[in-house]
Each structure stands twice: as structure tokens, then as C-alpha cells.
Design a protein around this ligand. Structure first.
Ligand SMILES: *[C@@H]1O[C@H](CO)[C@@H](O)[C@H](O)[C@H]1NC(C)=O
Ligand SMILES: *[C@@H]1O[C@H](CO)[C@@H](O)[C@H](O)[C@H]1NC(C)=O
Ligand SMILES: *[C@@H]1O[C@H](CO)[C@@H](O)[C@H](O)[C@H]1NC(C)=O
Length: 400
């Protein structure tokens, strides 16, 4: 169902006793934060504390990813067409646009940064035609901007593009190379994998990174094939739960749904990853991108921008930089919000935040106008709970 209509300004149905709250009009996506006057009404806020605490002890102990990673990655917009001029300009734009100021931090290379072959010592080699100054110089530049540099490799014999070697069998050597280049982040893909289980291949790189002498964020990308949420929290800071996203509504919503069922496995230090953002790439409407960003924020997904931020328009910037929506994603409670109600195309997604707040997304996924209503029982509140509500996109309080 393709959404083309704009969000309507009008809202309706706010019961004085506070048990129902909804939208009328063409609205299909909103993030609301409920400030609970009566804290005892919110069992949601404590729901996952026990399991989160026990999981924490098993997490990859590199201190990273206490909240979902935020940054940019080259793949969704540029595919293989990357070079150091683009990456430096992207780092510049991250700062000058204001994205860095709202929390975007990592500038991540994806596939195609290296030569086809290793050197005579077996080291990975930056592609001379695209990265003539080398990756260390690029890391220095990105660091000089107050940002961090991410790199890409593959738990197989070659990367997905087939244009550079994978790290299978070279985990220690490559992790040391990345550390020597002062890289801060590794996305680790799953192509040319010789048919071995990811449960064997990914822990080797995790250990290699831990032994590399540098704190390197470890982002697993095995496409959700062997239910990584069940085993990756001990070895990685995030794990893909889906195949690749595309810049279209059906792909985005499918990624959101596939990711949703693993919600209980996410927490500080390790996150479910429904793939990078397509906001700003042009094939969805503004309201579709607003849905995309809202659900990613609520689901504690990595917020990795996938458009060309050197030339993004105002609307794209406004979607990507809404501080209150970002704050839902970066909330330190670290509980992934999830789909709590579905009635045809009308859905309610919700999750607890710190300070007895609940984030709610009312999502009309259909093509016609509808009211979406969240009852207090849908979002874990007693019917007597008194609240203050804030519309995070419209940035106003006390919806009535
Ligand atoms: C744009 O989206 C439509 C479906 O909404 C899809 O069929 C098409 O392949 C997409 N185009 C690109 C370039 O992603
Ligand atoms: C984009 O932002 C600029 C500068 O703030 C402003 O002058 C311009 O009107 C905006 N354009 C749109 C389409 O909102
Ligand atoms: C939404 O609810 C309001 C108030 O009950 C009603 O007037 C309006 O017709 C409804 N809109 C739709 C599309 O159902």
C-alpha cells in the first residue's frame, strides 16, 4: 500500500479519563511520549529490567553500543562508488549540517574500499584509485572532525561485490590492520561464506577485534539467517535481523516486521538491526520516510543514514534531526518498542522509556484515511492513569 497523502493536522478522541487516544485524518505515523503523573500506572517502564540486567552480563564486553549506534553508511546511496573525497565531504557535511550535533557520529565505509588482492604479507590494501591517501589518513581526517570511522569486511572469502577479499581465515590479521588504521567500527557481511555456520565465523572476528588493542564496534550482518538475536548478543554490538532494505515501502515495512519479533533480545550493548535508513533517497514520500524513521527510533534500531547528506533537502534534514524522536531511540532504558496492536492496516507500536514515559507510534499502513486509537491497556497502562502526551513530530503537548 503506497502512501501519498500528507499527515493531517487534526486530532480527535482524547478521553478525559485518559484511556483512549487517537488520530483522525490522514495520519499514519506519530510518536507520542506519555508523561505519567501516576507512576504506579506504568508497568511498562519496568517490564524488561530483569532480563536486560541478566543479559548485560553476557554481552560483548567492549563497552560500546550502550545506546544504538548513530551515523552514516555509504551503501544505500553510493553502492560501490566511493572514494576518499566523498567520505571526507560526508564527514564535513555531518558537522556543517548539524547532524553531528544531534548525535550522528560514525562515518562508515561499506563494500568496495579495497583492492581485489591482499599484499605479499597478506594484508588488506585500500584501493589506490579511490583511497590513495590510505585509510589511516582518512581516519585521522574523520577524527579531526570529532567523528568516528567505520569500515567493512566479510566473513567469507570475498566481499559481496566480489571486488575485494573477505576476512575469513584472516580475522586476527585484519582486526590488527583496522586497529592500526584507528578504525572505530566494523560491519561484517556474509557473502562467499563457504557454507559454514555464521555461529562459527562471526565469533572469530569478535575475538580478533577484542584482541586488536582498540575498541571497535562490531556490527554483524548475517542477514538474520540463523536467528542471530539468540546468539549474537555475546559477540556483537548489533546484528542484522533481515536481508537488505530497499528504498521502497514494502521493503521498509517488511524489515520493520521481521525485526520486531526479536525485540526482547535487544538491550544496552547489543541491538537488533533492521538495516540502514533510506530516508532522503527519494523513492518514498515524506510521510513514508517519517514512518520509517519513527519505527526505527522506537525499535532501538541503529540510526545509520543512507542518503547523500552533502545535498540533502530540508525535509530530509528535519526528519533525520528531530531531537525528541532521536531521544526515544537513545533512551538509556534501552528497551526495544514493538508492535502491540494490529487491526488490518492500523497498528500501534509502543515501548517504555526512562522516567515513567512510554513512546507510542500510531501507524496507518493503509492507503486510506483512518483513525488509529491506542487504548491504555494496549500500551501497558491502567485505565485510571493520568498522563501528559506530547506529539514529537508536531512538537506540542497536551493533545486534546
Ligand atoms: C521505488 O518503489 C517502487 C515501489 O514502491 C519499486 O517498485 C521501485 O523498484 C523503487 N525504485 C527504486 C529505484 O528503488
Ligand atoms: C530550506 O531551508 C532554507 C534555510 O533555512 C529556507 O530558506 C528554505 O525556505 C527552506 N526550503 C524549504 C522548501 O523548506
Ligand atoms: C475519526 O474520528 C472522528 C471522531 O470520532 C470522526 O469524526 C471521523 O469521521 C473519523 N475519521 C475517519 C476517517 O474514520
Amino acid at each position: 500500500m503506497k502512501q501519498t497523502s500528507e499527515r493531517a493536522a487534526s486530532m480527535a478522541v482524547s478521553s478525559s479519563s485518559g484511556y483512549a487516544w487517537g488520530f483522525s485524518g490522514l495520519v499514519y505515523c506519530m510518536v507520542i511520549s506519555l508523561l505519567l503523573a501516576n507512576a504506579s500506572g506504568a508497568h511498562g517502564g519496568r517490564r524488561n529490567m530483569g532480563s536486560t540486567e541478566s543479559m548485560r552480563r553476557n554481552l560483548l564486553n567492549n563497552g560500546l553500543g550502550r545506546t544504538p549506534q548513530m551515523g552514516w553508511n555509504s551503501w544505500n546511496h553510493f553502492n560501490c562508488h566511493i572514494d576518499e573525497i566523498l567520505i571526507k565531504a560526508t564527514a564535513d557535511a555531518m558537522v556543517s549540517s548539524g547532524l553531528a550535533a544531534v548525535g550522528y557520529e560514525y562515518v562508515n565505509l561499506d563494500d568496495c574500499w579495497g583492492e581485489l588482492n591482499r599484499d605479499s604479507q597478506g594484508n588488506l590494501v585500500p584501493k589506490a584509485s579511490a583511497f590513495p591517501s590510505g585509510i589511516k589518513a582518512l581516519a585521522d581526517y574523520v577524527h579531526s572532525k570529532g567523528l568516528k570511522l567505520g569500515i567493512y569486511s566479510d566473513a567469507g572469502t570475498q566481499t559481496c561485490s566480489g571486488t575485494m577479499p573477505g576476512s575469513l581465515g584472516y580475522e586476527d590479521q585484519d582486526a590488527k590492520t583496522f586497529a592500526a588504521w584507528e578504525v572505530d567500527y566494523l560491519k561484517y557481511d556474509n557473502c562467499a561464506n563457504t557454507g559454514t555456520s555464521p555461529k562459527e565465523r562471526y565469533p572469530k572476528m569478535s575475538k580478533a577485534l577484542l584482541n586488536s588493542g582498540r575498541s571497535i564496534f562490531f556490527s554483524l550482518c548475517e542477514w538474520g539467517q540463523e536467528d542471530p538475536a539468540t546468539w549474537a548478543p555475546t559477540i556483537g554490538n548489533s546484528w542484522r535481523t533481515t536481508g537488505d532494505i530497499a528504498d521502497e515501502w514494502d521493503s521498509m515495512t517488511s524489515c520493520a516486521d521481521q525485526n520486531d519479533k526479536w525485540a526482547s533480545y535487544a538491550g544496552p550493548g547489543g541491538w537488533n538491526d533492521p538495516d540502514m535508513l533510506e530516508v532522503g533517497n527519494g523513492n518514498m514520500t515524506t510521510e513514508e520516510y517519517r514512518s520509517h524513521f519513527s519505527i526505527w527510533a522506537l525499535a532501538k534500531a541503529p540510526l545509520l543514514i543512507g542518503c547523500d547528506i552533502r545535498s540533502m533537502d530540508n525535509v530530509t534534514f528535519e526528519l533525520l534531526s528531530n531531537k525528541e524522536v532521536i531521544a526515544v531511540n537513545q533512551d538509556t532504558l534501552g528497551v526495544q518498542g514493538k508492535k502491540v496492536k494490529k487491526d488490518g492496516d492500523l497498528e500501534v507500536w509502543a515501548g517504555p522509556l526512562t522516567a515513567n514515559r512510554v513512546a507510542v507510534v500510531l501507524w496507518n499502513r493503509g492507503s486510506s484515511q483512518a483513525n488509529v486509537t491506542a487504548y491504555w491497556s494496549d500500551i501497558g497502562l491502567k485505565s485510571s492513569t493520568i498522563v501528559e502526551a506530547r506529539d514529537l513530530w508536531a512538537e506540542y503537548n497536551n493533545l486534546n
